[in-house]
Write a protein that binds this ligand. Structure first.
Ligand SMILES: *[C@@H]1O[C@H](CO)[C@@H](O)[C@H](O)[C@H]1NC(C)=O
Ligand SMILES: *[C@@H]1O[C@H](CO)[C@@H](O)[C@H](O)[C@H]1NC(C)=O
Length: 371
């Protein structure tokens, strides 16, 4: 996803509340002052935004575009690179999508394509207007409303590397009421993600909600303050997951809470994998250098497609600290049963119902970090 980000959401409103304290540079390209945009909820922001983008993209030095506070209407935008220098887009206002499905010529609203060194900030909102679009005549009481302009985030189940939404180095992002079907992670949370709130998201097919992988690169920033609640995952390979590479580099993950999650036929519903090592690209027997602490899994219910229902495999070098498993009730009824719960290098606090029975906690007698 490095050079292609599609912001496509009508089912939902994705709020971007980046808290980075970036000053508006004096040379910022203000879409209102310089490109004739109007915050009146009806004048199309499309041309002012694309004009500003063209100027920014052609600039040989770092540039920033500012969409000041106010409510704007945007029919569609394709913001394309390659650009000559880094670009920052500061969205301070609220940008609203058309409510009429016929307004879309293509099934997408805002597309960022072939852009490197791109930063979005500003505390604004992208409002896909899903609530209004779905209330239109003919959509009532139907699971699928064919006249809708965009059906959230979609990619085929077998499409590799198609993360639904990837987030990294961002503070204060909320992902609310979105529907994501893809061939890779539904939501992928990379290093430097702070204060992320995922709520009411449905996923599947795909790989579930995933933090990581982490530890593959040097100097990764901490991941902290992640909450995923009231989400439903169907037919995904994982439910809620934290993965870090075996061996490799250090890092930290703390204050992560998964709560009120429904899983339906999910292969591995609850998983911490600190031995992540795809295609044997690492030393499988090395311990991860990423430290996990203050992690909770609460009220996770539903069905699993495989017997390993709960798997908390922590680092032997940096055992997980302060992990809580509360009210886990996940049935596995396939031929390989019964469902099991496995833990390594962790002593979880266990409360409430536990189905399968909560893991025994084999922890090395003296888990003092060797580094
Ligand atoms: C459950 O998931 C597995 C593997 O993803 C799939 O093969 C199977 O058809 C699913 N079962 C149901 C009942 O949907
Ligand atoms: C974990 O939680 C405890 C108790 O709330 C707190 O004192 C500690 O600082 C937290 N650790 C991290 C790494 O956030």
């Amino acid at each position: 996803m490095e050079n292609k980000i599609n912001v496509v959401s009508t089912l939902s409103t994705i709020m971007l509340l980046f808290l980075s304290a970036v000053e508006v540079r004096s040379g910022a390209l203000d879409v209102v002052a310089k490109f004739g945009a109007k915050a009146d909820e009806k004048t199309d922001l499309s041309k002012p935004l694309s004009d500003a983008w063209k100027e920014a993209c052609a600039s040989a030095t770092t540039s920033s575009i500012v969409i000041p506070k106010g409510v704007y209407f945007l029919s569609q935008a394709t913001l394309e690179g390659p650009c000559k220098a880094p670009i920052e887009l500061q969205v301070q206002g609220t940008i609203k999508a058309p409510t009429d499905p016929k307004a879309f010529k293509e099934p997408k609203w805002i597309e960022f394509n072939k852009v490197e060194n791109f930063k979005m900030s500003g505390g604004g909102v992208f409002d896909g207007q899903g609530t209004r679009a779905y209330k239109r005549e003919g959509c009532d009481k139907k699971d699928f409303c064919s006249a809708l302009p965009i059906v959230s985030v979609r990619a085929p189940k077998d499409s590799p590397n198609t993360d639904g939404i990837h987030i990294g180095r961002s503070d204060g992002v909320n992902i609310i009421d979105s529907d994501i079907r893809t061939g890779d992670d539904c939501i992928s949370i990379g290093d430097g993600t702070k204060h992320l709130d995922v709520k009411g998201v449905t996923c599947g097919p795909g790989h579930g909600i995933s933090i990581g992988s982490l530890g593959k690169f040097e100097n990764e920033e901490p991941v902290e303050g992640i909450t995923a609640s009231k989400c439903t995952l169907s037919d995904t390979t994982n439910g809620v997951r934290i993965k870090t590479w075996a061996g490799e580099y250090g890092g930290t993950v703390s204050d992560v809470h998964f709560e009120d999650i429904t899983v339906k036929n999910v292969s591995c519903p609850v998983i911490v994998d600190q031995k992540y090592c795809p295609s044997n690209k690492c030393k499988m027997n090395a311990e991860s250098n990423v430290k996990l602490s203050n992690i909770s899994f609460k009220n996770i219910r539903g069905t699993a497609a495989l017997p390993e229902v709960v798997k908390i495999i922590c680092s032997g070098k940096f055992p997980c600290e302060n992990v809580e498993l509360a009210d886990i009730d996940i049935k596995y009824s396939g031929p390989k049963g019964p469902g099991v719960s496995e833990c390594k290098n962790v002593k979880p606090k266990i409360t409430g119902k536990q189905n399968p029975p909560a893991c025994a906690a084999p922890v090395p007698p003296n888990p003092t970090p060797t580094v």
